[in-house]
Design a protein around this ligand. Structure first.
Ligand SMILES: Cc1ncc(COP(=O)(O)O)c(C=O)c1O
Length: 384
């Protein structure tokens, strides 16, 4: 063989029996087959064998299998981010003429998709009060094809009565999808409580270090698997094996991170609730959080993100001064990583409620809790 050919057809190969504790990063778009008759072109790679990197390399499939196992799902699709997980679910269940329901407190870009792309495609997405519970049945129409839940809600932290919503939905044959990112797929047992699809932004707690963007879509049974899988294949939601490898690493420390984050976050939330110029603290484990009783009933823990409002006498400018005076907390929108973050939502409104720029969301990280409390107290002292 010419050396040029040898470059692509090496005779010498390393042994392949290296038993690492770590899942290898399989890079590759193309799969080769031993014989023409063995070629398959099928997105169902977990059952039918590998066909093409677009449907997941072994690194992505391993990550999917682990999330699936932890969530008690039938199958888990790995997708490029939490938002693409949301898009996949909408496109799987809704078509022109469909009606879907989404809570007011859903992740902003979920509602933006509902009011933008989906409306333009002739899909009507109606938003509902996240605390509606069993009364959701009054909103279900003949053409309702999907109900979203997100619990706690983004920023305003409402805990939803997911079992009651599932019961009402299933009585009318409507599937329920849950954005289970806050619970990291573990603090709320989505499939025990009957949901059909549980999505996560793996970007948050599974990655855990603010260095990847990934999402997961976990399904209850074969019929949902087939509905979602067909659209997953058509949308071409390829993921990076390097990012999957980081998510697999994140999983190994998820339990210990969540344990510490829960402890530190609750301590900080309690401390804030004792400060006189703080009006309300929206942390699921505090009675001041809407739906707290449901959290106590259905969740096995709380996580690192919560919000609070300053009293009415504090102006928007003062709230901004508070944020800008923080030193250890960084100013940022995401959550679930190891760094504490703070952000004010100046324009946040919910039906019948205008927060007038007084609502702040915190993500608690792994810094020493006392340092974080000091940082908050110093910044609060500076606004007066
Ligand atoms: C509740 C929730 N769902 C979904 C997403 C979207 O995730 P990603 O940023 O991975 O697209 C986010 C991101 O902030 C989120 O907070």
């Amino acid at each position: 063989m010419d050396w040029r050919t040898k470059l692509l057809n090496p005779k010498q190969k390393a042994r392949q029996d290296y038993k690492s504790l770590v899942t290898p990063v399989y890079r590759g778009s193309t799969v080769v087959f031993d014989e023409q008759s063995l070629i398959k072109d099928d997105w169902k790679q977990s059952e039918n064998g590998y066909s093409y990197g677009l449907y997941g390399t072994p690194t992505a499939l391993e990550l999917g299998a682990r999330i699936c196992d932890i969530e008690g799902a039938k199958h888990t699709f790995i997708v490029p981010g939490g938002q693409s997980a949301i898009a996949l679910v909408y496109f799987a269940f809704c078509k022109s003429g469909s009606h879907a329901l989404v809570p007011h407190s859903a992740y902003g870009p979920n509602k933006a998709m509902a009011e933008g792309l989906l409306r333009d495609l002739g899909i009507e997405v109606e938003s509902y009060d996240p605390l509606i519970g069993k009364d959701i049945k009054k909103l279900i129409r003949k053409n309702t094809s999907l109900i979203w839940c997100e619990s706690p809600g983004s920023v305003t932290m409402e805990i939803q009565d997911v079992p009651a919503i599932v019961k009402a939905a299933h009585e009318k044959g409507v599937p329920v999808a849950l954005d289970n990112t806050y619970a990291a797929g573990v603090l709320f047992d989505a499939f025990k409580y009957g949901v059909d699809v549980s999505i996560q932004a793996l970007t948050k707690y599974i990655g855990g270090h603010s260095d990847i963007l990934l999402g997961s879509v976990s399904v209850r049974d074969d019929s949902v698997y087939n509905v979602i899988g067909s659209i997953y294949m058509q949308l071409g939601l390829a993921v990076s094996p390097d990012d999957c490898s980081l998510a697999l690493r994140g999983l190994q420390t998820l339990a210990i991170r969540l344990e510490q984050l829960e402890k530190a976050t609750f301590q900080i939330a309690l401390k804030l609730s004792e400060i006189d110029i703080i009006e309300n603290v929206y942390h699921p484990a505090l009675t001041s959080c809407p739906g707290h009783e449901i959290w106590k009933r259905d969740f096995t823990g709380s996580a690192s993100v919560f919000s609070f409002t300053f009293a009415k006498k504090i102006s928007g400018d003062q709230v901004e001064k508070f944020i800008n005076s923080l030193n250890i907390f960084k100013i940022g929108l995401s959550w679930g990583g190891v760094t504490s973050l703070a952000v004010v939502y100046p324009d946040l409104v919910r039906p019948n409620k205008d927060f007038e720029g007084r609502l702040v969301r915190l993500n608690i990280g792994l810094e020493a809790t006392n340092d974080l409390i000091n940082d908050l107290e110093i910044a609060i002292s500076k606004i007066n």
